[in-house]
Design a protein around this ligand. Sequence first.
Ligand code: NA7
Length: 496
Amino acid sequence: MTTESSTTTDRKKTMRMPSVAIVGAGMSGICMAITLLEAGVTDVTVYEKADDVGGTWRDNTYPGLSCDVPSRFYQFTFAKKPDWTHLFSPGAEIQAYFTGVADRYGLRERIRFGTEITQATFDDPRWRIRTSAGKEQTVDFLISATGILREPRYPKINGLTDFAGAVMHSARWDHSVDMVGKRVAVIGTGSTGVQIVCGLAKSVGRLELFQRSAQWILPVPNLAHTAIDGPIHRLLPLMNQLGYDGNRHVFEELAKGLVRPGWRRSFVQQVCRANLRTVRDPELRRKLTPDYQPMCRRLVVSAGFYRAMQRDNVDLVDLAIDHVEKRGIVTVDGRLHELDAIVLATGFDAHAFMRPMNLTGRNGLSIDTLWAAGPKAHLTVGLPGFPNFFMLIGPHSPVGNYALTAIAETQADHILGWVQRWRDGVIDTVAPTPEATERFNAEMREAMPNTVWATGCTSWYLGKDGLPELWPWTPDRHRDRLRAKPDFDDYDVRLA
Ligand code: NA7
């Protein structure tokens, strides 16, 4: 057995400077780049196919957008913003935060904007990456930070292209379309659909929400922070820290209810059920009642949704859509719903990860072959057969409703550990073994039946095999597992 300590002491340490390519300048790519730079790994290039940083926060600009995790928690621990305007600050403010962090750390000069990596091949011991413009580059480490909610999912609805009005996916909002006073349909009742309903209800003429399945709603009011809140948090960094830690604590408690039955789960479920009872009209309440347990799908957080749904100009349509024609949507009962605009709040392909990038590991192993039965990873970050390749927010990364910023920081620190071992001359290449990956996935499968996500519902959480692709334990276990000294027996390590 080779241990880390024996290799470090037995070997003459030679400091090398690894070259690292990061794909994606969204939240997790920014986090990874800063983590490397702060540790003195300076040969870092970030490839971003769009023309700005921010990823999902750059792409999503729909009315009513906010994060469903409080801003004091959904931020980097190394770059805390004192003056968030709301408990759940608007999307534009979150995007401004990430662009500000990128600027503060001088990341822009390291980001190749407008550059899509279409192919990456392991050319032992380095990665050969190719851009859509045909340019090639080799690097020592390749890190995918392409995000989980990136590829919009367009519904297959007959006749959608025949519609005479505007059609847009929620993640590609068309701001040239004026919806004030217009007849608007929103298709989809996930977090996005719910936020758009709240964002549009007051200004449109008529809003119809087309619901395929009802959602449980956790009513957390989006409190505005007072004007002195920012200056106080700026003056007293301890307040900022308390804000972060307090939220983290709440989310860690909530996570216990997600991963095992008990009072925490019952409590949140009761709050959701009580919230539903605030809908006065029994028929509307019946239509809005889900046929699965609260929290089985990712909880939708909204204090205003039921109020919006009870407005005179808002209707819930729970009949299936048959087709779309020039004038609007036709439901299966044959009724034509005449419309000026259709919003597709139909979610994302949460299982694409770095694809359509063509990723090929050792001995020609393609990512599509490795993931034929669905995306699987080791400890959420590594892939067997793909040496010196790591992922942020890869498979099994969402830890319930926990802040992805915190998860990305943990993963970035773990990945940095391997890059430092390379820099110190301890390793040349590393990838988890197939056995360790399978063992880890078996452990997850074993833990899954305890979780609320396995209580019988469909959602973007589920993989091809019908099992949730989530971390089935608490967030602190994710932190502990990734921070622990790696067991070299779990890795195919080639020594320098
Ligand atoms: P979600 O949560 O995946 O929701 C997508 C919604 O769109 C959901 O209600 C779907 O119905 C509905 N949908 C999808 N396809 C269709 C078709 N063809 N017809 C009718 N309705 C359809 O995506 P979001 O963008 O709302 O949220 C994603 C995450 O972003 C969220 O969890 C937060 O973390 C932030 P279904 O429920 O499947 O019957």
